[in-house]
Design a binder for this molecule. Structure first.
Ligand SMILES: [Fe+2]
Length: 404
């Protein structure tokens, strides 16, 4: 007889999901208040995987008190190929050239796969004597920053849409797990979309859009192009763009010129540079194509005509960005974006290979105020298996790295 399952999930209300195709809430089995992996049956784990791979972002509420060492084990329910190494490397990053050190992401000493992000200064936290975490700042990040009066009116934007992966040396994890320890006591903020719609979001909301929804919005010609295309990312991608500024929607870099010249990057080699299909296959929804491409880190597109076998290479970075942006920008509408409104204790699992996500929120001016501080755990572990191409064809790179 199959083991009983008592773990269930329900979709978030239509008023929140809108057209995003994202969002479900998991109810743990009766009597289990904090997630206890040892008590989950195989059926419970199947239900969790179904909830995630169909809805891309799932939340378990009221998990305050969960031990950080549980997160890496939990991630393996969704990604049996996960390594025990955080995607950003084994240790916290202190290299000033690395994006993660810009917001001083720390690590939990007893669970090095779990990073700490947020805003503010904390003392004696999880074995760390002093921890300062920094939220991104709207006055520094976009090509056209929000004006002071817009900030005063509570406007925010996505900073930069991404998957959790460095696009160099390590492959993206299937999932990322976030856990909110402390929520800043800051009023709601709002995002203005190109059609004039304003969407109210919790301060510091994490925003998501589905790669499946992004693919569905493409024209048939664009879909065909995407299915036949492999994306090569920039060498040391985040270092390459570290001085670049984002577009208002956080999807691309609108101007050329601030890139770090390739010969001035930290030591690199092509065999560690990420190369992925433009359209990925979902492990439990194999019929649904996901457009998964990081519009700011792209470098080169290689497209193969499936009928003739002819290969076309586009390696002008400005053109590559603009081609990707024209495809991806269709998703940027209020009804397609799911901004997770954080509650203290939330455990959020998202399908890192099925969504793009972005930080939002202007919090930094509050960082010294005790009740305005924010703290989140983030666990994302590099996977040993590269993403699967939706359409397999001869020559597509499923090694995850440039072939040399
Ligand atoms: Fe992220």
């Amino acid at each position: 007889m199959p083991e009983a399952t008592s773990l269930t999930f329900s979709l978030l209300p239509e008023s929140i999901r809108q057209s995003s195709a994202i969002g479900a809430e998991v109810q743990l089995p009766p009597g289990m208040s904090i997630l206890d992996l040892d008590k989950l049956t195989e059926n419970d784990k199947d239900t969790l995987r179904k909830a995630l791979f169909e809805n891309q972002v799932i939340v378990i509420r009221k998990q305050k008190g969960i031990d950080p060492t549980v997160l890496p084990k939990f991630a393996k329910i969704f990604d049996p190929n996960a390594s025990d190494i955080h995607s950003a490397g084994e240790k916290a990053v202190s290299d000033p050239k690395n994006i993660l050190s810009a917001y001083k992401a720390g690590r939990i000493p007893k669970a090095p796969q779990v990073g700490i992000i947020g805003s503010g200064i904390f003392h004696d936290y999880e074995g760390l004597k002093e921890l300062e975490v920094i939220h991104l700042d709207h006055t520094l990040f976009h090509e056209t920053p929000l004006e002071q009066d817009e900030l005063d009116q509570g406007f925010t934007r996505p900073y930069r849409w991404h998957m959790d992966t460095p696009f160099y040396e390590r492959l993206p994890g299937e999932v990322t797990i976030l856990h909110s320890i402390r929520i800043p006591n800051v009023p709601d903020q709002k995002i203005k979309f190109p059609d004039g719609t304003e969407k109210t979001v919790g301060a510091g909301a994490t925003a998501f859009f589905s790669g499946a929804r992004a693919f569905a919005l493409l024209t048939p010609e664009e879909q065909e192009f995407a299915l036949n295309t492999t994306v090569t990312y920039a060498p040391q991608a985040y270092e390459y763009i570290r001085q670049c500024k984002a577009s208002d929607d956080g999807l691309t870099i609108p101007t050329m010129g601030r890139e770090v010249p390739v010969e001035k990057l930290s030591e690199w080699s092509w065999d560690k540079v990420a190369e992925h299909p433009m359209v990925w296959r979902n492990p439990l929804n194999p019929e649904r194509p996901f457009l998964q491409v990081h519009g700011c880190c792209v470098y080169k597109l290689t497209t193969r005509d499936p009928k003739t076998g002819e290969v076309t290479v586009m390696d002008d970075v400005e053109k590559v960005r603009s081609v990707v942006y024209n495809m991806q920008k269709k998703i940027y509408a209020a009804e397609n974006i799911y901004p997770h409104r954080w509650e203290e204790g939330d455990l959020v699992i998202f399908h890192n290979r099925g969504v793009m996500h972005s930080i939002t929120g202007q919090l930094s001016k509050h960082k010294l105020d005790e009740d305005k501080r924010r703290l989140l755990w983030q666990c994302t572990m590099t996977s040993m298996e590269p993403p699967k191409a939706f359409r397999s064809y001869e020559g597509v790179n499923e090694t995850g790295y440039v072939r040399v």
